[in-house]
Write a protein that binds this ligand. Structure first.
Ligand code: NCD
Length: 304
């Protein structure tokens, strides 16, 4: 039995196979509509979510399966003091697979150690978010036609942004990747991410606080929200929240084939007038998230 807690739980071959499967689902959805008949997905969401939870649920429903779960930890027995370990054991009796999002780093791993069904990490604190990374990789592959030889700018909250950490991990295994990390000094990628991922892989990276200076070089621009809920001081959040706003004048000097990604939700960092720019991919990215989660559910349930 396999779980997905960290993106590196999957080899690059497995990630490529998941992307191939997602592409096949996009091309032939009718072939998949009964694949999970009789199976149940439980979604245990202890933190707010729109896309991730609903895309897991839509994925399971489109595979012919059923869904159950909760979207607020306060409405679960966590409010009575139940441990994640016990909840994972209990949910194993009701479902075939579970997706869990939790504010504490490591909670999905504890769930996986105690569950008897596959567990998917749907985001743990400021740590990791592997299914968003599968979504991002599929978006990059479909938009650029490749996942190697790319200059990728990651912009915004690189300290608390869990999607950034998982994406750096995953991309560090492809050849010819150059990362440009764009953030204010306070929101730079954590040291452990630098030493464990950026300084061991076969990639190159640089840090800057100027989006304007580097935007002409980028193949992919991955914008992120400043993660308000992870700040200790509201004043710091207010000071930093609007550091980067992607305006039309910045896009004027960007490549015509730039792809703009964002895991969403956005706040002010991408004004809605950018949505009609053909380089904006973030709403397509949402849709790809459903297809890659369908592929992942099939894999972890070992459905043919
Ligand atoms: C992200 C998350 O939850 O980490 N959202 C998502 O899952 N699409 C990004 C964010 O909340 O900023």
């Amino acid at each position: 039995m396999r779980s997905l807690i960290d993106i590196l739980d999957l080899s690059t071959e497995e990630i490529d196979q998941l992307m191939d499967c997602a592409e096949d689902i996009i091309a032939n959805p009718e072939l998949y509509e009964d694949k999970c008949r009789g199976k149940k997905l439980a979604t245990l969401f202890y933190e707010p979510s729109t896309r991730t939870r609903l895309s897991f649920e839509a994925a399971m429903l489109e595979l012919g399966g059923k869904v159950l779960g909760f979207s607020d930890g306060q409405s679960s027995s966590a409010a009575k003091g139940e441990s994640i370990a016990d909840t994972a054991r209990v949910v194993s009796a009701f479902a075939d697979i579970m997706a869990i999002r939790h504010p504490k780093e490591g909670a999905p791993l504890v769930a996986a150690m105690n569950a008897t069904i596959p567990v998917i990490n749907a985001g743990d604190g400021g740590h990791n978010h592997p299914t968003q990374t599968l979504t991002d990789l599929l978006t990059i592959r479909r938009e650029k036609g490749r996942t190697d030889s790319l200059t990728i700018g990651l912009c915004g909250d690189l300290k608390f942004g869990r999607t950034v950490h998982s994406l750096l991990q995953a991309m560090s295994r492809y050849d010819g990747i150059r990362f440009i990390l764009i953030s204010p000094e306070e929101l730079q990628v954590p040291e452990h991410v630098k030493t464990d991922i950026l300084e061991t892989g076969n990639l190159s990276y640089m840090e800057t606080d100027s989006l304007m200076q580097v935007i002409p070089d980028l193949d992919v621009l991955y914008m992120t929200r400043v993660q308000r809920e992870r700040f200790i001081s509201e004043a710091d959040y207010v000071r930093l929240k609007d550091t980067y706003i992607l305006t039309p004048d910045k896009l004027k000097i960007a490549r015509r084939d730039l792809s703009i990604l964002h895991p969403l939700p956005r706040v002010n960092e991408i004004p809605s007038l950018i949505d009609s720019d053909p380089r904006a991919c973030y709403f397509k990215q949402v849709l790809y998230g459903k297809y890659i989660r369908m592929a992942l559910i099939l894999k972890l349930l070992e459905v043919d």
